[in-house]
Design a protein around this ligand. Structure first.
Ligand code: PMP
Length: 427
C-alpha cells in the first residue's frame, strides 16, 4: 500500500464567519413577537394542527370549529371522486415517478392533466411542476435575465419576487392595482431593457381584490411586454364556470401570454402549472431547472387534480355556492361596521385590525369561540395593516357566516379593551 504524503503545515486561523442562526435577519423580530405573546398569555396562531380534513369545518385541539383558513374553495378536498382519482392513479403508477420527467418520470397522466389545464385557459399547452411556488420561481427565472425587467404588483406573491431576483432581472413594483403607476413606469423604462414581463394575480390573496385585466392587456400590447397572470386564488373562484379572471372579465384568454396556477387550492391536490403558447411550454420543458432537474408530479396528485377538474366542470353549483357565500360574508361584515379594505366579495375577505398584536390576540379569542381564522401581520403586510383573513368556501353555510361576523364584532371590541387595560398602545 502506498504511504500518504504528510499533510503540509497550514497557518492557524481564527474563525471569522458568523455561524449563529439567531443573528439571521428577522430572527430578532420573531423572538420579540414570541416574547410579547408569551407575556400576554397568547398562543402561537401559526402551525395550528388540523386533526382531519380541513374544509369549512375542521377539528383543532379535539374540538370542531368553523374554519376560514383553508384554500379548498370548492370543498373538493376529500370529495369521493377526487379521492378515487388519486387512488386509481396511485394503484396504476405507484406513489412516486421517482425521476425527472425528462429522463424516466413521464407518465400518460401528466400529459392528460396538462391537456385539461391548457383547455381550462384556452391555451395551446401546459406544463406541471411539483409546486406552485416552484412553477413561478423556475418559470420567471428561465424567461428573464440581467437584460430584462419585471414589473409586478406590490402585493404579488413571494414566488414571483424570488424568481425575478434569482434571474438577476431589474424589478419594479407598482402600488397595488395602480395601473396608472404601472403605465408611468412602462413609459419611463421604455427601451432600457430587452424584454419586459408584467406579473399580476387573478385575485390577490391578502386583499381579496382583482386587477383590471382588460386594461393590463391594452398596456402590455401597447408596450410589447409579456403579461403573466397567477391564478392561484382565482381558478374555481372567478367566472361562472370557475375558469378564472379571463372568464370573469369576458376576455379572450389567448391575449394573455402566460397563465400560472396551482393545483393546491380549488383543485384539491399539490403542484403548480404554466399554460400558454406552444413555444413557451416547449421552452420551459427543456430549460426550466425546476422541471428539468426535479421529479415529475406524483401520480396521486395528478389523479386528484384531474378528477377535481372533472367535478368542477360537471357541477358549476359549487362555483355558484362559493360566489354566493363570498358576497354574503362581505355584505354582512360591512353591514356590521367591519373594515374589509378593498375586498370585492370573491372568496377572500380581510377584516382590518391594524395592530399586529391585536390581530394575534383576536385570532386566539376567535378560536376559543369556535372560529379558526388566521392573523396576517407584518412583514407579510405593511406595518399597521394587520388583519384577520377569511377564506370562504362553497361548503360554508350562511348561518356559519352570520355567527362568525357576530362573534368577530364582539371579540374585536373585547380585544381593544383588553389591550388597553394591559397598557399596550396599539401600533
Ligand atoms: N401564487 C400565489 C398567488 C399563492 O398564493 C401561492 C400559495 N399560497 C402560490 C403561488 C404557491 O402555490 P403552492 O402553495 O401551490 O406552492
Amino acid at each position: 500500500m502506498r504511504q500518504r504524503a504528510p499533510e503540509p503545515a497550514r497557518p492557524a486561523v481564527t474563525p471569522s464567519y458568523d455561524t449563529s442562526f439567531e443573528t439571521l435577519p428577522g430572527f430578532e423580530e420573531l423572538r420579540l413577537i414570541r416574547a410579547t405573546g408569551e407575556a400576554l398569555g397568547i398562543g402561537n396562531p401559526f402551525f395550528r394542527a388540523h386533526e382531519g380534513r380541513a374544509g369549512a369545518v375542521s377539528r383543532i385541539e379535539g374540538r370542531e370549529v368553523i374554519n376560514f383558513a383553508s384554500y379548498d374553495y370548492l370543498g373538493l378536498n376529500g370529495h369521493p371522486d377526487v379521492r378515487r382519482g388519486a387512488q386509481a392513479a396511485m394503484e396504476l403508477y405507484g406513489t412516486s415517478v421517482s425521476a425527472s420527467r425528462l429522463v424516466a418520470g413521464e407518465r400518460p397522466i401528466h400529459r392528460e392533466l396538462e391537456a385539461r389545464l391548457a383547455s381550462l385557459h384556452g391555451a395551446d399547452d401546459a406544463v406541471v411542476f411539483v409546486s406552485g411556488h416552484a412553477a413561478n420561481v423556475t418559470t420567471i427565472g428561465s424567461l428573464v435575465g440581467a437584460d430584462d425587467v419585471v414589473f409586478h404588483d406590490a402585493l404579488i406573491h413571494n414566488s414571483v419576487i424570488v424568481g425575478a431576483e434569482l434571474a438577476g432581472a431589474a424589478r419594479r413594483s407598482f402600488p397595488h392595482n395602480d395601473l396608472d403607476a404601472l403605465e408611468d413606469m412602462l413609459i419611463h423604462e421604455r427601451g432600457s431593457h430587452r424584454r419586459a414581463l408584467i406579473v399580476v394575480e387573478g385575485l390577490y390573496s391578502m386583499d381579496g381584490d382583482a386587477p383590471d385585466l382588460s386594461r393590463l392587456v391594452v398596456l402590455k400590447e401597447r408596450f410589447g411586454a409579456w403579461l403573466m397572470v397567477d391564478e392561484a386564488h382565482s381558478i374555481g373562484v372567478l367566472g361562472a364556470h370557475g375558469h378564472g379572471i379571463a372568464e370573469q372579465a369576458g376576455l379572450d384568454p389567448a391575449r394573455i401570454d402566460i397563465w400560472m396556477g396551482t393545483l393546491s387550492k380549488s383543485l384539491a391536490s399539490c403542484g403548480g402549472y404554466i399554460a400558454g403558447p406552444q413555444p413557451l411550454i416547449d421552452f420551459l420543458k427543456v430549460t426550466a431547472p425546476g422541471f428539468v432537474y426535479s421529479v415529475g408530479l406524483p401520480p396521486a396528485a395528478a389523479g386528484a387534480a384531474l378528477a377535481a377538474l372533472d367535478v368542477m366542470g360537471e357541477d358549476t353549483g359549487r362555483v355558484a355556492a362559493l360566489q354566493r357565500n363570498a358576497r354574503h360574508f362581505l355584505a354582512t361584515a360591512q353591514a356590521a361596521g367591519l373594515s374589509t379594505g378593498t375586498a370585492e366579495g370573491h372568496a377572500i375577505a380581510p377584516v382590518m385590525v391594524g395592530d399586529s398584536l391585536k390581530a394575534v390576540l383576536l385570532s386566539e379569542r376567535m378560536l376559543a369561540r369556535g372560529v379558526n381564522v388566521l392573523p396576517i401581520i407584518h412583514p407579510a403586510v405593511p406595518h399597521k395593516s394587520a388583519r384577520l383573513r377569511f377564506f370562504i368556501t362553497a361548503d360554508h353555510d350562511q348561518e356559519q357566516l352570520d355567527d362568525t361576523v357576530r362573534i368577530l364584532v364582539e371579540e374585536l371590541d373585547e380585544s381593544t379593551r383588553l389591550l388597553a387595560a394591559l397598557g399596550f398602545a396599539e401600533g
